[in-house]
Write a protein that binds this ligand. Sequence first.
Ligand code: ADP
Ligand code: MG
Length: 256
Amino acid sequence: MSEYILETKGLTRRFGGLVAVDNVDMCMKSGELVGLIGPNGAGKSTFFNCLTGFYPPSEGEVRFMGSPITGLKPYQVAKLGIGRTFQNLRIMPNMTVFDNVSVGSIGSVGHSLRRAVWPFRCRADEEISQRTWDILKRVGLDSLAGELAANLSYGKRKYLEIARALATNPKLLILDEPAAGLNEQETAELADFIGEMNADGIPILLVEHDMGLVMGICHRVMVLALGRKIADDTPKAVQKNPEVLEAYLGGEECQY
Ligand code: ADP
Ligand code: MG
């Protein structure tokens, strides 16, 4: 068994002539909370989509828990245990908060076709229901379980999206810009929550535009700029890295 939960070697993704992710090597150990940051257009979401099967890489390899997962489809990657959120929320607005989360649980409690016959279905349904309540409590949405997702505030929808990812019982959680659109206080609360999930034993790769969020909670921070990895270090060292400062200050949208 590899000592790494997640590893990429030479990961590259091109769109026509554009190299969105350029020969990126990374690795992550199982207890870690790792930040992946970079200015807009750095290739973060593309990297993320290559890890989770949404884009096949043009070159390179992705390994999860020691096995290659390069080229697998998103549902296969999810089934192996990589949970994800999307930069643009993908919750189902016309379903209740409860149903949004319970849908995610279905695959994680062995609810196979074979089991979908009475009386086993009842047992599986109960298990899903219990799991859903546990997760809703964990993210602080249990009192809103019966609300339509569309009626939630933007900040609460972010937690719903995380709850949906947790429902799949992930061995690794990858979050794409979870703080986008949140105010300072909401961002600080979300940072605490992400830190708690990690302390509870879930390895997390946190993809963020906002340096502030990752610096307080991540053990290690990798920085992408124009598709290339330009730093991989402790938060403190990354904050002082001249190439990183240049990438951020030189960008159109300076957050730091
Ligand atoms: P980030 O998430 O760091 O802001 P992205 O991964 O979204 O960056 O984008 C990296 C580069 O790849 C950008 O130049 C973007 O325009 C380009 N890109 C991303 N997705 C696509 C796509 N589906 N087709 C063409 N170009 C894309
Ligand atoms: Mg992005």
